[in-house]
Design a protein around this ligand. Structure first.
Ligand SMILES: [Ca+2]
Ligand SMILES: [Ca+2]
Ligand SMILES: [Ca+2]
Length: 151
């Protein structure tokens, strides 16, 4: 009986420690929403993987579509717009939002397109109201994404 009581007390202490870790409050700043505003994307170099010629570029932020740009060639620049399923301005409440750039190729077999990953970058919330910044997706082609963070 005594041993069981000791075991229960020890278990409670361990659980208490775990709960204390889980319950550590997040910084207050992490709760206020900020907005990623994607402004434009510039092609420095088109995709080297898959098909030849102009690119078809898909951009998303935290998995939410932000823009699609076809007939995209080197030195061209396109503006992001909020239209249909695409959102050029996206709210986030975490420390970072992840921007991902893909290039679509005609499928070599079947009907599902082949996607070439161009790159990804993180935008930190501490850039809020610090003006315009650039992210780079240079894994295959070279794409520069201009953005700002606002509240
Ligand atoms: Ca490609
Ligand atoms: Ca073009
Ligand atoms: Ca393509």
């Amino acid at each position: 009986m005594r041993r069981r009581r000791f075991f229960t007390a020890a278990l409670a202490a361990v659980l208490g420690g775990v709960l204390a870790l889980v319950a550590v409050p997040r910084p207050a700043a992490a709760d206020a929403p900020v907005y990623l505003e994607l402004l434009w994307i510039r092609c420095q170099d088109t995709s080297h993987s898959g098909e030849f010629g102009s690119d078809e570029i898909w951009v998303e932020a935290n998995g939410i579509p932000a823009g699609f740009f076809d007939d995209f060639d080197a030195t061209e620049r396109r503006n992001f717009e909020t239209t249909g399923i695409f959102h050029s301005r996206q709210q986030f409440t975490s420390d970072n939002i992840l921007v991902d750039v893909w290039e679509r190729d005609t499928p070599t077999q079947g009907w599902w397109p082949d996607w070439d990953h161009q790159g990804l970058f993180l935008v930190n919330r501490n850039l809020v109201n610090t003006g315009e910044h650039e992210g780079y997706a240079f894994l295959d082609g070279q794409y520069i994404v201009r953005y700002r963070v606002t509240n």
